[in-house]
Design a protein around this ligand. Sequence first.
Ligand SMILES: NC(=O)c1ccc[n+]([C@@H]2O[C@H](COP(=O)([O-])OP(=O)(O)OC[C@H]3O[C@@H](n4cnc5c(N)ncnc54)[C@H](O)[C@@H]3O)[C@@H](O)[C@H]2O)c1
Ligand SMILES: [Zn+2]
Length: 354
Amino acid sequence: MDTMDHIWIDRGASRHLARVLDHEGLPPRAWVIADTTVMQLHGRRILKDLTQAGVAIGSRAVPPGEASKSVAAANDLWDWLAEQGAERGDPIIALGGGVVGDLAGFVAAAYLRGVPLIQVPTTLLAQIDSSVGGKVAVDLAAGKNLVGAFYPARRSVIDPDLLATLPRAQLVADYAEVIKTAVIFDAAMFELIERQADALDDPALLEDLVTRCVRWKARIVDEDPHDRGARAVLNYGHTIAHALETVCGYGAYRHGEAVAIGMRGAAAISVRAGTLARAAADRQHALLRRVGLPQTFANAAPDDLVQAMQRDKKVRGGRIQWVLAERIGAASPGHHVDPHIVRDVLHDLRAPAA
Ligand SMILES: NC(=O)c1ccc[n+]([C@@H]2O[C@H](COP(=O)([O-])OP(=O)(O)OC[C@H]3O[C@@H](n4cnc5c(N)ncnc54)[C@H](O)[C@@H]3O)[C@@H](O)[C@H]2O)c1
Ligand SMILES: [Zn+2]
């Protein structure tokens, strides 16, 4: 498999979806799924372009937010597709952030046992992460992403210009994943963000960063398509992040904010475990702070976080597998860490009471 062969990154690419359908040998008929915010901001223009190019379009908008990643929302969409007479060859276009990408992707994976999926990601997180690698899912009451599939998109059309409308706080949060990619793979990209940290929304910078991040993710996905080994390195910062999200409730932190706190913790653990120089951890810390990401948590007890980590679905045989940094630009998965070190670090990450 070569993931990059199915990805097109270009400023303005979302204006040429009709050409993409044609190039993929798909019929001039497509089903566009977005959330109401993205439908308003970008969907209308995209639907108009497609219609003008002779593509017959059906479209459906779901409410924005994680709650739409549900079996009920998927069920609604399947009913709608069936009522409209959507056929096996018709592509579904998932236009939106990770929520719509995962939901519409899951809908595409199961409807008629699979119809072609075109991803058009509209958040920085979706462009560099959720639209690459073929994982699609919905949430259950028992937890996130518990029902899903590996269902790679026929094509991901990544248009960095769509990011221009993102609220600042969302853009900043998503930068945590960009900086994560830099820390685990790419020292030059880390330096680039250091140099440009005062202009995070610069369109040329975003195109450059998206391209680099997608290449790194595609490379690791090709190495480990079903997430059984190498891909675990992408979880840098996520062990603590997932625990924070579980303990504080989804919505207390944006995902990227939780990841930033988790990366600070992972770097501190790496220093204590002897894999990372303190100066490198400080450098990561300085960049995350400069970008505007949080560095400490409140409202969670370290012991509760440890318990949540033990229950994480990535735990094997009761032992937490840590991704530790080795330097800026390299990390490795599968480390066991002395629980005392973890507890100490969690205590340090806790914001002092006001
Ligand atoms: N499949 C994977 O491999 C994978 C990887 C990482 C995350 N995810 C999933 O992704 C989801 C989070 O994705 P997300 O952070 O993109 O959230 P999201 O899809 O909810 O988007 C965040 C918010 O931004 C708005 N928005 C989207 N694009 C916009 C734009 N261009 N301009 C203005 N506003 C815009 C949306 O309406 C929404 O309110 C989670 O459910 C997570 O589990 C999946
Ligand atoms: Zn993440």
